[in-house]
Design a protein around this ligand. Structure first.
Ligand code: SF4
Length: 359
């Protein structure tokens, strides 16, 4: 019997879209390097050797959260619980003020689902960050947070989005997607909005001209079929909206959470998942290896397995580090450029919309 990868390669050469079954085949096929070769070819068709990163700052203003996602090590249920924190707005602003000499292009903010803060906390946060650095792009609040705000403050998702946009919101990050298949989502993230609502919030963002990202949390209780289903849902939406600009597979980390008995995904699973993402999610231009989640070494190798983006300088990150990530808290642009160059790729600083930055 002929190797099913030959059939997949022929489809790719003919510019044909891969099917659900092809995606499952790619996950089950033993030859990881051959899958990487196919993914790398698609990467180079679109981006050559270019590898993007940005000069960004991540902030998590509160880890108080009413949800209890099984994979989460970051959330604390109530204000006052050990390690629970909620920054004052001035503390958030000080994080940006302290970096006044950095040529940042983006601030990325995601939070726990805090039950007691007023909506004005979030609008004032955006207004205040823009007042300090008007030129900085604010990529804030996952679709899950938008849905939570709508329910808590008795608004529609669209009203929430419009008010946040009026306060300075520029785009949405991709977090909160986890795995869309209800079997998994109901087990590991039952408090979160479902896949349809997640997608409808992103669809709305795309309809008003925003570009957004979308993630996939892999390596826990999901099957390969459920990963492929997740990818195809993203692909289907992007056929209509063209608004997802980056697909970000996120490795599950098992420390300090309810899934701690599971092993973390292996390096080969991470490389394979990035490669299959490149091959299946053919209409989202950028596949990101978020180095905090993959680890720096695997992120370097992933640049030959379909990834063309490494996220950025990050600077502050709690969600993965509380779940056991041993990566540094920050990387300088010089460190990122060095690791990309050593990996044999060409580093390019970008803004949020993948425009090349020259200083
Ligand atoms: S993943 Fe997000 S929504 Fe879920 S418990 Fe953690 S902070 Fe809360």
């Amino acid at each position: 019997m002929s190797d099913p990868l030959h059939h997949i390669e022929a489809k790719l050469e003919a510019g044909e879209r891969l099917s659900f079954d092809d995606g499952v085949t790619l996950f089950n096929h033993p030859d990881l390097h051959e899958i990487g070769r196919l993914a790398n070819r698609e990467r180079e068709k679109r981006h050559g050797a270019t590898t993007y990163y940005n000069y960004n700052l991540r902030l998590e203003a509160t880890n108080v959260c009413v949800a209890s996602c099984m994979f989460c090590s970051f959330a604390r249920l109530k204000p006052g619980d050990a390690d629970a924190y909620t920054m004052t707005l001035e503390q958030v602003f000080d994080k940006l003020r302290a970096r006044k000499d950095q040529p940042l292009t983006e601030v990325h903010v995601v939070n726990g689902l805090h039950p007691d803060l007023p909506f004005s906390y979030y609008t004032d946060l955006l207004i205040g960050l823009k007042a300090i650095r008007p030129e900085i792009h604010l990529k804030c609040f996952t679709a899950v947070e938008i849905a939570f705000f709508a329910d808590l403050y008795k608004m529609t998702d669209e009203q929430v989005m419009r008010e946040l946009m009026a306060a300075g919101l520029d785009s949405l990050p991709g977090g909160g997607a986890e795995i869309f298949a209800p079997r998994v989502r109901l087990k590991i993230a039952h408090d979160k909005c479902d896949a349809d609502r997640y997608m409808s919030i992103h669809r709305f963002a795309h309809s008003v001209g925003m570009k957004t990202n979308v993630t996939m949390l892999y390596g826990h209780i999901e099957t390969f079929e459920e990963r492929v289903d997740h990818m195809i849902r993203v692909r289907d939406v992007n056929d209509e909206t063209h608004g997802f600009q980056a697909f970000i597979p996120l490795a599950f980390h098992p420390d300090n959470n309810q899934l701690r008995k599971l092993p973390a995904p292996s390096a080969s699973d991470t490389l394979r998942t990035i490669a299959v993402s490149r091959l299946m999610v053919d209409n989202v231009p950028h596949i990101k290896a978020f180095w905090v989640a993959t680890g720096v070494d695997v992120a370097q190798i992933s640049l030959w397995y379909g990834a063309n983006d490494l996220d950025g300088t990050v600077q502050e990150e709690k969600i993965y580090h509380m779940a056991g990530s041993r990566t540094p808290l920050a990387m300088t642009p010089e460190a990122i450029e060095r690791l990309v160059t050593i990996a044999g790729r060409e580093p390019v600083e970008r803004d949020t919309f993948y425009n090349r930055i020259t200083h």
